[in-house]
Design a protein around this ligand. Structure first.
Ligand code: URA
Ligand code: SF4
Length: 205
């Protein structure tokens, strides 16, 4: 029997549900693996679960998630069209930033999700996801507003929706610009990807 990407993603989720590779395992309520279809052509990557996500086991269900849903709706997409994951799968206590060793411990799961979902476009939400994928220390304010080629795919960095909730309309308008960039890339036909999958050898290496 050949394993489909869907089955492989489910098997990965079972492993992550039992993960104790970093200290966040001690304080989490649930592991928040990811949400959406393995067939998605766009994948969103946030930072880590907040309070509501930790309670429900689903990413982006709190206030930031409501805003994400609204921005998706404005470009004609629905949560069921996309895949959503986070840099760390367990909630940092009190919503503190994830620490470098926690990101290091968890990032292999994200790499595997990216390989299995194999999206055409990856939208990184905020500094943690953007810096991790683009291997940069440049902040999101300077990274956003443009596209980055990434292993035969396209990364579109934008602000985290929580930043728009804190900072208001200017940030929200820039997120709208970035979502429109994402939509354009999705609608553009691209060359086939190279046959080899370099990310299997170390996506964030
Ligand atoms: N913020 C994130 O970065 N991820 C979530 O899942 C929810 C809020
Ligand atoms: Fe494992 Fe990631 Fe949760 Fe840490 S944050 S326990 S590495 S799943």
């Amino acid at each position: 029997m050949t394993t489909t990407a869907q089955q492989a993603l489910e098997a990965l989720e079972s492993r992550v549900q039992a993960c104790t590779a970093c200290r966040l395992a001690e304080t989490r309520t649930t592991v928040v693996f990811g949400d959406g279809t393995v067939d998605a052509s766009v994948m969103f990557i946030g930072e880590g679960p907040g309070f509501h996500e930790d309670q429900q086991g689903v990413p982006f269900v709190g206030a930031a998630g409501q805003l994400l849903n609204r921005l998706l709706d404005e470009v004609g997409l629905d949560r069921s069209d996309v895949y959503i994951a986070n840099v760390v799968k367990c909630r940092p206590p009190g919503n503190r930033d994830p620490r470098p060793d926690e990101i290091e411990a968890c990032k292999g799961y994200l790499a595997e999700q990216l390989r299995l979902v194999d999206p055409k476009v990856v939208v990184t939400l905020g500094n943690f996801a953007s810096k991790l994928l683009l291997k940069t220390t440049t902040g999101i304010t300077r990274l956003r507003g443009q596209t980055y080629p990434w292993w035969g795919r396209t990364v579109v960095p934008t602000f985290h929706p929580a930043a728009a909730l804190r900072s208001g309309d200017r940030v929200l308008d820039q997120m709208r610009e970035d979502f429109s960039i994402m939509k354009q890339v999705l609608e553009t036909s691209t060359e086939p990807k190279p046959a080899d999958e370099p990310e299997q050898l170390g996506l964030f290496g």
